[in-house]
Each structure stands twice: as structure tokens, then as C-alpha cells.
Ligand binder design. Structure first.
Ligand SMILES: [Zn+2]
Length: 234
């Protein structure tokens, strides 16, 4: 797979929740923390608007620094060709409140529809709001954006890197399901590289392109120009 440049880390705009770091904190250490085993906390039947999934709750990490993720799985994924996988970072404002500042909800729905269409695949929903900076810091970043900063500058003004996520937890979750090769739904070359660094082979990148809303145009332009997202036709 060809990888994009790596000047600025980052997918999913200011949208991705988890434990909000203190303003100004830099969490570089999280990139280097050794992978910790993933623990399945619960599993249940999960019918939703897109089809019938299984829902799983996972956590990893030591006490006090636990990361959590929810997985929606459809079909058999351990055997056969690489399954369709989408790693989505929680965006409360988009996923729940239908925000038009970003395209997270549209991408989430597209991913679920596509997995249901193939009757097979995994959605890994990471509880890492605002690309890891936390919900309230994401709202502070919105405030800065209202005064002219773009999504990357806003994060940096708050003392964060553009994207604090790593992909150890999703990679360990994929391994839990016996998946080592994936067709990854993403527009973000850095994400593909990060997933591969975490030990999962990306056999194919499947674009996750949704209609561009005028209200999200600046945000998407920044993702394309500063974060190298592959947003064809934009
Ligand atoms: Zn969002």
C-alpha cells in the first residue's frame, strides 16, 4: 500500500472520546506504550437500522488508563477474504447531535450500510472524542475555529497534536476476531500507515466518501490539505 506524507498526524477532524487530557498536555508517551491485551467485556445480539449485528464491548490497558471500544460485527470474519473494516472515532456532536460541522455521522452510516451490504465486516467504534483530546476540548477547539483557526491550528493552540490516536486497541481487537488482513474504509493515508504499524495488513483501501456539506467544507479542506486525506473531487 502506498502511504501518504506524515507531516501532520491525523484523520477525522476534531471529532474523534475517552479520557480528556489536561489542556496543554502532550501525550507522546501513548505512542510508545507497549500493546496491552484486549479484554472482551460483553457481547450481545444487536439489530439496528442497517441490519443485524453482534455488538461487543472491549477494554484494554491498566487500571486508570483503560481504553474502551465498541464493535459491531456482521458475518464470519476470521476466514475468507479480508473483511471490510471501519475504525470510527466517537464524535458525540456528529454521531448523536447530527452536527454539520463535520462528516463523521455520514461516514459512520456509510460504513454500516456498506458492511451490511456485504453482509460481513467490522465497525470498531473508539471512545476517543476529538481525535483523543476529549469532548470539552473539542468544543474549545470549535470556539477557536469560530474565530478563524482551522481544525489543526485549533488543536495546536490548545497544546495538542493534530491527532492523538494510535491504533493498538483496534489492531488487538482485529486479532481477537482472527483478522490479520483488512479492507480498510478510510480516506486517511496516515491511518492506514498507523494500522499497519500496529500489525494489521491493509490489503485494500476502500474510500469512505460522503457528500460534502457547505457547513463542513473548511473542515474537509483542512483534512485534505493539511492532513493528506484522499478526498477525490473536493
Ligand atoms: Zn465529527
Amino acid at each position: 500500500m502506498r502511504h501518504g506524507r506524515k507531516a501532520v498526524r491525523g484523520p477525522e477532524g476534531l471529532c474523534a472520546a475517552g479520557t480528556a487530557p489536561a489542556p496543554g498536555a502532550r501525550l507522546n508517551s501513548m505512542y510508545f506504550s507497549p500493546p496491552s491485551p484486549v479484554r472482551k467485556i460483553a457481547e450481545a445480539d444487536f439489530p439496528c437500522r442497517f441490519g443485524r449485528f453482534r455488538i461487543y464491548g472491549f477494554e484494554s490497558g491498566p487500571d486508570g488508563r483503560v481504553e474502551e471500544a465498541v464493535v459491531l460485527k456482521m458475518g464470519e470474519v476470521a476466514s475468507g477474504p479480508p473483511p471490510l473494516v471501519r475504525i470510527h472515532s466517537q464524535c458525540l456532536t456528529g454521531d448523536v447531535f447530527h452536527s454539520l460541522r463535520c462528516d463523521c455521522r455520514a461516514q459512520l452510516e456509510l460504513a454500516l450500510a456498506q458492511i451490511a451490504g456485504e453482509r460481513r465486516g467490522l465497525l470498531i467504534y473508539e471512545l476517543k472524542e476529538g481525535r483523543g483530546i476529549g469532548l470539552l476540548n473539542k468544543l474549545r477547539a470549535y470556539e477557536l475555529q469560530d474565530h478563524g483557526a482551522d481544525t489543526v491550528e485549533a488543536n495546536e493552540k490548545l497544546g495538542f497534536e493534530a491527532d492523538l490516536r494510535n491504533y493498538e486497541l483496534p489492531a488487538r481487537i482485529l486479532e481477537y476476531f482472527g483478522v490479520r488482513r483488512v479492507r480498510l474504509m478510510s480516506n486517511n493515508p496516515d491511518k492506514i500507515q498507523a494500522v499497519e504499524r500496529a500489525g494489521i495488513e491493509v490489503a485494500e483501501r476502500v474510500p469512505c466518501l460522503v457528500p460534502v456539506l457547505a457547513t463542513a467544507e473548511e473542515y474537509l479542506r483542512t483534512k485534505k490539505e493539511k492532513m493528506g486525506h484522499l478526498l477525490e473531487g473536493f
